[in-house]
Design a protein around this ligand. Sequence first.
Ligand code: NAI
Length: 521
Amino acid sequence: MAALSSSSVVAVIGSGAMGAGIAQTAASAGHPVVLFDTREGAAAKAIADIQKVYARLVEKGRMAAIDAEAAGSRMRVANSLAEAKEAALVVEAIVENLEVKRGLFADLEAIVADDCILATNTSSISVTAIGARLRRPERLVGMHFFNPVPLMALVEVISGLATDEKVADTVYATAIAWGKSPVHAKSTPGFIVNRVARPFYAEALRLLSEQAADAATLDAIMRDAGGFRMGPFELMDLIGHDVNFSVTQSVHQAYFGDPRFTPSVLQQEMVNAGFFGRKSGRGFYQYGEGHSVPAARSEQAQHKPSTVSVSSEPGVTHAVINQVEARLKAIGFNVEHRKPLPGAGQHEAPAFHCHGAAIFLTDGRTATARAGANHHADTVLFDLAFDYAKATRICLARADQCSDSAYDAVVGLFQTAGFTVSRIDDVPGMVVMRTVAMLANEAADAVNTGVCSAAAVDVAMQKGVNYPRGPLAWTDAIGVAQVVAVLSNLAASYGEDRYRVSPLLRRKLAAAAANGGRFHA
Ligand code: NAI
C-alpha cells in the first residue's frame, strides 16, 4: 500500500506536546500542514517554536537552511476546524477524553472529504470506541506516536474493529515515509508498548517492596547488567508517578483486574504523598540543589579465588555459561572442565564451582530453595545480563545456608572477571531475569491474542522505550525453556496468577526439540 503523497495536506488537531511534534514531523516530510487548537494562540506559538527548532537544526548542521525554510513555511494556523477541509489525513492529539474525541471526529466528518483518513493519537482509549459513532468508522485508525515525536521512531498503527485494513496500511506506509518505524497493532488496552512495558515497572516495584535492594542498586543492575538505558525507578521518576500509576491502573481495569497488571501499593503511596518524581522534586530520588542520586551498593573487594570449574553439561544455561566462561578465560583464569561436577548426577549441576560454592544462573527459584533441593548449603545465584561480555555489573544472591567464605570466593571470582558485584536479598527470579521473563511473557501473550506479530512487539519495545533487545528476541537468546522455567518457578514461589505462563511460550517450548522454539528465524 502506498503512502500518502507528500503534497497532500495533513491537518493536526491539538498543538500541545504531541500535536506540535506531529506537525513538525509531517512538515519535515514535505506535507502542507494545518494546525488547529481551541486555545487562543496555541497553534501559532507551536509553529513559531517548531521554526525555532528548525533554526537550531540548521545551526548544528543537521538540516539544510533551504529545507528548514521550506518546512517552516509549509505549516499554517487554522482558525477554525473547517480549515481541515482539504486534508487527506487528520491526526488528532487533543485532550485524552473519549467523549471529547468522539465529538471532534463527528465534527470533522462533516468537514472533510469522504476519502480523508482520520487518525487518533490516543494512548489509552479504545480506537474502536472513538470510531463507533462515525458515519464511516472504517476510516478511523490509531496513529500512536511517542514523546518527543521528532526523536522517537515508533508509531503504533492501531486498528479498531471497524478499521479498514487499507486505511491502516496507508498510515503505516506514510509513517515510513515520515522516517518512522511503524508497527501494526489491534486496538486493545495499552496497545503494545504501554501493555508490554508494565512488568518493567511492576517487577521493580515488587523487588523494592520485598526489600531485595534499594532503588539505586536495582536501577544500576538494570542498566549495567540488563543493558537498559535507564533503570525503572529513575524512569518512573522521569515519567511521573501520577502518570505511570494511572497508566497501570487503566490497563489493569481495562483487562478486568487481571493480576498480571495489579498496580503497586508502594507506587500508590508515592502518589498519595505527592512524590511524583522529578517534576515535584521528589520521587524515589530527591532532585534539586543539594541532592544527587545515591550510589548503588556494591560488594567490597575480595581475593581472587584459586580455582574455578565449569560444568560441561549445563543444559539450558549453556549459552549464558559459555559467555561467562569466555570472560573468565579472557582475564587469564584457568577454567577447569570437570565432568561430572560435584552435585551433578543426582542433583542439578551448577554452572560454576568455586571454593566449594555452587554457582547457578537464576531459574526463578531462590538460592535458599536450590541449596535445599541440592543438599548443598554453599549456593550462590547470578542474574541475567544483556551481554556478559560487556556488562560492568553482576547481581548475586546467596542462600541463607551459604557460608561467608564460600560467598566471598564467588564475589572475588566475579570481581576478578571485571564485574562490580551487587548483592540482592534472596528473592525469586532476581532482577534482570525476572523482568525480562515477565516482559517476554507479556510480549508472547500479545502475539498469542493477535494484538501484533512477534516482529512488531520487538520493534515496538526497542523503538518506543529503547529496550536493548526485543523481549522475544531476548527469549530466543536465552532459550524459551529458561524463560518458562523462571516464570513457572515465580508462579510456584508466589502462588499468584500474575506469573502464569503464556500459552504461546508453552507451545514454543513443546516445539523446541523440533525447531528450537524460536520466535524469530
Ligand atoms: P497537551 O495537553 O500537551 O495538548 C493538548 C492540546 O489540545 C492543548 O493545546 C489543548 O488546548 C488542545 N485541545 C484540547 N481540546 C481540543 C479540541 N477539542 N480541539 C482542538 N484542540 C484541543 O497533550 P499531549 O501530551 O500533547 O497529548 C495529546 C494526546 O496525545 C492525548 O490523547 C494523549 O493521550 C496522547 N499522547 C500523549 C503522549 C505524551 O507523552 N504526552 C504520548 C502519546 C500519546
